[in-house]
Ligand binder design. Structure first.
Ligand code: ADP
Length: 542
């Protein structure tokens, strides 16, 4: 039909060209792993991203090929975000907190052609290198002066700044198909190996629009945004893209995520909006309370990844006048699904009623359709009482996992989140439980299955069940329930030691409880929900 709108693909590179043209003078400040503060502007970011795109072409990275990053939040990581996706390759952010075996699995599964890493992660890369199948291009994200004198990698280690310096900034971002893949992030599922979620240019741009809205993360050109949530964790909740779209100043914390370092950065750069998991904010709040000081610029903080306790919301709001935005999302949702922002009629409510609303995960942002269903798959009512399995659908919800070996996760076109929730008549969703078995510690996943598998390797163990128990600092920590073999002798200490070297240190369960038996369901599966109910407060009572 004539007279319709232009057919312009939605591309990640357009965020960068927009930021360069309209917010070229806006600052990006990074605390570097080299130890200093680096600052430059969006126009520098755009120019260096084009040089990096030429570098990638020079390295032979082709359309659709994966480029891994193992990096903190910083400007070089941001350059990779745009250069890799913008040039048609796929940015694969790797989570350095994973065990080396898992990292090696993910790198091989994604078939990463190159890995760019921060200096902090050289020892990790050295361990991973001997475990991965194909040789890679390894690039240290630093300059010549800071390059490691020696390393154990099987092939040459390239220097990021040397590579960029060797290329011009003349690069035209290609006109890609908006349905091409732009980035990839692995999530720890309830069973088996981690699974890759592949984002497209289209899904990323639509997510960026929706997440930036006033009742979503509420970002503008007047904001100074500090993403504490890592860029290796679901694209730092989309903030690098959002900041470009709206032209906000960005502040990157690098590897220093303790309360003191964050506070100093927030004050020095006059941050207005920050984002992270509750664990991070605990450290920050403790530091500010101990110092007897306050926030002079911060007005809002986005809390997600785990439930935000009301005491934390109250402390931020009453003591420091920082509004808390409680949000819910998932890797499979790019990640934003719901945000808890008030409606007009809430504003006149007494404080305790407003806190009760803020304890909810919030209402769906436009683009996310959600429902709760009962065991028979029937949709349940939104009465704020009845809880069911939470399902979602929308243009930035995954339809499957990268590689396609898995059966489609969808039920009737809906993605089952593994969360159990209720929804009130106003559309506010509240998570009441998790049907999936993964443990979420300080915002990062621990696979209960992996812990159980290790425990079962011990000759004295008959069966092992690992569950998430609530924890005052980490939200959840693994608790291991063990049934010993008849006559076997086994003490906790011996089993704790058994985990050394077999899982990442922070995956080790905090406690082991010996039980006579574990409850089994009709199909012989352990009834983890029942055990969770019984033991979920174990660490709170300890
Ligand atoms: P992210 O941590 O960025 O939200 P993940 O994919 O790592 O993404 O984790 C998603 C899961 O984390 C959700 O399915 C849910 O179980 C939990 N989660 C995320 N946000 C919240 C929240 N605000 N409250 C409770 N649980 C949450």
């Amino acid at each position: 039909m004539n007279g319709l709108m232009m057919q312009q693909p939605l591309l990640v590179s357009s965020l960068l060209t927009h930021a360069e043209r309209h917010h070229g003078e806006q600052e990006i400040v990074s605390r570097r792993v080299e130890g200093d503060i680096h600052r430059y502007r969006y126009r520098d970011l755009a120019q260096r991203a084009r040089k990096l795109a030429n570098t990638l072409a020079g390295l032979g990275i082709g359309h659709g090929e994966r480029v891994g990053t193992l990096a903190w939040n910083g400007y070089r990581h941001m350059e990779l975000y745009f250069a890799v996706s913008g040039s048609g390759a796929v940015l694969h952010t790797l989570n350095p907190r994973l065990h080396v075996d898992q990292l090696a699995y993910i790198i091989d599964h994604a078939d990463d052609r190159a890995i760019f890493f921060d200096l902090t992660f050289l020892p990790l890369i050295e361990s991973v290198a001997s475990r991965i199948r194909s040789p890679k291009v390894f690039v240290a994200m630093t300059d010549r002066a800071n390059m490691p004198a020696k390393h154990d990698l099987p092939i040459m280690l390239l220097c990021y700044e040397d590579l960029i310096d060797g290329h011009g900034d003349d690069f035209a971002w290609p006109l890609l198909d908006e349905n091409d893949a732009s980035s990839l992030c692995y999530t720890s599922g309830t069973t088996g190996n981690p699974k890759g979620v592949l984002y497209s240019h289209r899904s990323t741009i639509l997510h960026t629009y929706a997440a930036a809205l006033p009742d979503s993360l509420n970002c503008s050109a007047r904001d100074v945004i500090l993403p504490v949530v890592p860029m290796f964790h679901v694209n730092a909740w989309g903030l690098p893209y959002i900041a470009c779209m709206v032209g906000a100043k960005l502040v990157f914390p690098g590897s220093s995520l303790d309360g003191k370092s964050l506070y100093e950065l927030i004050e020095a750069e006059q941050v207005t909006l920050s984002a992270g998991v509750p664990t991070v904010w605990q450290g920050l709040l403790r530091h500010v309370a101990e110092r007897g000081t306050t926030f002079t610029s911060m007005r809002r903080t986005i809390v997600g990844g785990a439930p935000c306790p009301t005491a934390m919301t109250a402390e931020f709001q009453e003591r420091y006048y920082v509004d808390v935005l409680h949000a819910w999302g998932m890797t499979e949702l790019s990640p934003v699904g719901t945000v808890c922002s008030f409606k007009g009629h809430h504003l006149s409510l007494p404080a305790h009623q407003r806190y009760a609303i803020q304890a909810k995960q919030g209402r769906a942002v436009f683009g996310i359709d959600m429902r709760i269903v009962g065991p028979d798959g029937q949709a349940l009512s939104w009465d704020g009482q009845v809880a069911g399995d939470l399902q979602v659908r929308g243009p930035w919800v995954t339809s499957g996992y990268f590689g396609g070996e898995e059966a489609s996760p969808l039920c009737d076109g809906w993605f089952p989140t593994g969360d159990v929730a209720k929804i009130d008549p106003d559309g506010f969703m509240q998570i009441t439980d998790r049907s999936k078995d993964v443990i979420k510690s300080g915002g990062e996943w621990i696979s209960s299955i992996d812990i159980e598998n290790v425990a079962c390797l011990h000759p004295a163990v008959a069966s092992a069940v690992c569950i998430a128990a609530r924890h005052p600092k980490w939200d959840e920590r693994p608790l291991l329930l063990i049934v010993k073999k008849p006559e076997a002798v086994l003490e906790s200490d011996e089993l704790f030691e058994f985990f050394d070297g077999r899982v990442a240190k922070w995956w080790k369960p905090d406690a082991i409880v010996f039980v006579d038996a574990v409850p089994l369901g009709a199909t012989g599966k352990v009834l983890k929900n029942q055990l969770r109910e019984q033991f979920c407060d174990y660490y709170l009572k300890a």
